[in-house]
Design a protein around this ligand. Structure first.
Ligand SMILES: *[C@@H]1O[C@H](CO)[C@@H](O)[C@H](O)[C@H]1NC(C)=O
Ligand SMILES: *[C@@H]1O[C@H](CO)[C@@H](O)[C@H](O)[C@H]1NC(C)=O
Ligand SMILES: *[C@@H]1O[C@H](CO)[C@@H](O)[C@H](O)[C@H]1NC(C)=O
Ligand SMILES: *[C@@H]1O[C@H](CO)[C@@H](O)[C@H](O)[C@H]1NC(C)=O
Ligand SMILES: *[C@@H]1O[C@H](CO)[C@@H](O)[C@H](O)[C@H]1NC(C)=O
Ligand SMILES: *[C@@H]1O[C@H](CO)[C@@H](O)[C@H](O)[C@H]1NC(C)=O
Ligand SMILES: [Zn+2]
Length: 510
């Protein structure tokens, strides 16, 4: 009580002094207000971008489109992506973003690049494809010349060819057996009911990867899948990809398997084939990944192997990362010995750690952000919790360690409901180094990069993000890629030409 009594006159004194200094009791100076507004506009992502006349015209158009978008009965970024997808597809802004050259996709996983419909219609219809149903309502697949050995916790294998031959309508079978629905999280049912908690959605997520596994690790499919994945990003006007890859031991029809080096080499071969067919696609680099559920000795082995691979594929392999649910896996600090091996041996193995994909504030896992930076990560995957860590945030800005923001992933995996409230809004308002990516588009019913750009630009970008913001985000994806500076210059030149074409085409057609 005494404290309050003593404080009151003091606070009142400061208040009076402030009023005196700013011209007692009058309305704030509008020029001062305008200057502050300009300052904030200047600070945001793309705020310092100098715009050409054509870009300004396009910006005026975009502004109008965005105002119309916010006036829609249902504002897509406020709605779960599964329900918003059809709304987004009808959006003029989305159509523009699809055409926009977006630069690179820097956070994409190997086995969620391609639409699930392609997996079902192309892959499961190939000969020798067997399926079984697990005890807990998932499925597994394998391609095999003979009936494969039974899998524990799974029904006997059935050859899909035989099963489908007995059916009048095989599309019906795909639906009834739930083939499609076991390979993706996307559902036309109410996502809040199907996935009420983070635990439920993550369990289904990991089961879906296991279901996809036997299809995509079969050698002929492995090649086609990756080529098809590159095609999907390419048609979405993405010109470069950094792929987080588990590098599995890919198998043949007779059950024999290949080494990880073979897998990496195959990625390289398919990339070459793709860039030969599409000379305006810049290429791919691979970030080798391992599941964070492993123990310290397995991790040490994986790091050793990654160092070897980096030596054999110095240009194609970008570095190393850990995948899997952070909240359930082991924190980075647990692996500090293994992850310090390259530095100890004087070998370069850049890191691209997932970190801060969590809302478990204050737990061991929540320290991953700081630890990732201490371990010299080149970028931060997600960094959803970065705002809770001012020191990590500061370090990330000072060291130019960009945050890979994947809005749809964060929404589907239940870190944020309404994408206007995504923490990247704060990062973008002060031009923190960020790139936009799509993580696992096929699992979320998205494809390429445009849906995530839409959520970023219309959702947490808000009305104030503009053509300069989009330009900055695209340029960031090259600037913060793992490419050498010379390659970055080349990539920027290529992107710039496509950008100019895009801007002039769009402004002329309107
Ligand atoms: C499946 O995909 C491969 C590779 O893209 C293609 O050659 C083949 O024609 C496709 N098959 C079907 C049935 O769609
Ligand atoms: C489902 O089965 C798999 C394989 O047996 C197991 O790893 C997983 O933990 C099970 N999930 C649940 C929710 O029981
Ligand atoms: C097969 O089933 C699907 C889904 O039930 C239906 O849309 C389609 O018309 C059916 N096709 C034929 C040939 O009956
Ligand atoms: C997944 O497949 C199993 C086994 O066929 C089926 O019982 C289950 O309903 C499917 N899940 C979904 C979500 O369709
Ligand atoms: C680590 O995991 C591997 C594979 O699961 C196992 O073989 C090994 O015994 C484990 N090591 C320790 C120290 O627990
Ligand atoms: C991180 O970088 C610092 C400074 O270059 C170096 O001393 C340290 O060994 C590096 N640590 C790791 C784990 O790479
Ligand atoms: Zn990821």
């Amino acid at each position: 009580m005494t404290v309050q009594l003593q404080q009151r006159p003091h606070v009142a004194g400061v208040w009076l002094l402030l009023c005196y200094l700013t011209g007692a009791w009058s309305i704030p100076d509008p020029r001062h207000r305008e200057a502050l507004i300009q300052l904030e506009a200047f600070m945001q992502t793309g705020g310092q971008m100098v715009l050409t006349e054509a870009e300004q015209q396009l910006d005026a158009l975009l502004f109008k489109m965005k105002q119309e978008e916010t006036a829609r009965a249902e504002f897509p970024p406020a709605v779960h992506f599964f329900k918003a997808r059809d709304l987004i597809r009808t959006s003029p802004i989305f159509k523009l973003l699809q055409k926009m050259p977006k630069g690179g996709a820097l956070h994409v996983h190997d086995f969620s690049m391609v639409d699930v419909d392609w997996l079902v219609q192309n892959v499961t219809y190939r000969p020798h494809c067997y399926m079984c149903g697990t005890d807990n309502q998932s499925v597994r697949f394998i391609f095999s010349a003979q009936t494969p050995r039974p899998l524990s916790h799974c029904s006997p294998w059935v050859l899909l060819e035989n099963l489908r031959a007995k059916m009048v309508n095989s599309t019906d079978l795909d639906d009834r057996l739930g083939i499609t629905h076991n390979l993706t999280l996307f559902t036309s049912r109410d996502p809040e009911v199907v996935y009420p908690t983070q635990d439920v959605v993550w369990e289904k997520f990991e089961q879906a990867f296991l279901a996809v596994w036997g299809l995509v690790t079969y050698a002929p499919v492995f090649r086609d899948y990756f080529y098809q994945g590159l095609t999907q990003f390419y048609v979405d006007n993405v010109m470069y990809l950094e792929l987080r890859a588990l590098l599995p031991e890919v198998y043949e029809l007779d059950g024999s398997t290949h080494s990880r080096a073979w897998t990496l080499k195959t990625y390289q071969d398919v990339t070459r084939q793709f860039t030969t067919n599409h000379p305006d696609f810049l290429g791919v680099r691979v970030i080798a990944t391992i599941h964070r559920g492993v123990n310290a000795s397995v991790m040490a082995g994986a790091v050793e192997e990654a160092m070897e691979l980096k030596k054999s594929f110095p240009d194609f392999m970008a570095g190393f990362d850990l995948v899997g649910r952070e909240d359930r896996g082991r924190p980075l600090w647990y692996f500090r010995d293994a992850l310090s091996l390259p530095a100890e041996k004087g070998i370069t193995l850049p890191y691209f750690f997932h970190a801060g994909e969590t809302d478990l504030e204050g737990t061991d896992v929540d320290q991953n952000l700081l630890d990732a930076l201490l371990l010299n990560t080149s970028r931060i995957g997600h960094g959803f919790a970065l705002l809770h860590h001012p020191v990590a945030k500061d370090l990330s800005r000072k060291k130019g360690v960009a945050v890979e923001v994947c809005p749809i992933s964060n929404q589907v995996l239940k870190l944020v409901k309404d994408l206007r409230n995504h923490p990247a809004a704060a990062l973008m308002s002060e031009s923190h180094p960020v790139v936009i990516s799509s993580d696992d588009p096929a699992m979320f019913g998205a494809s390429g990069l445009s849906y995530d750009f839409y959520e970023a630009f219309v959702g947490f970008g808000g009305i104030k993000s503009h053509i300069g913001s989009l330009k900055q985000l695209a340029m960031n994806s090259i600037r913060y890629s793992s490419l050498e500076s010379e390659q970055q210059e080349k990539a920027l030149g290529l992107w710039q030409r496509r950008w100019q074409k895009f801007v002039s085409k769009w402004t002329f057609s309107k």
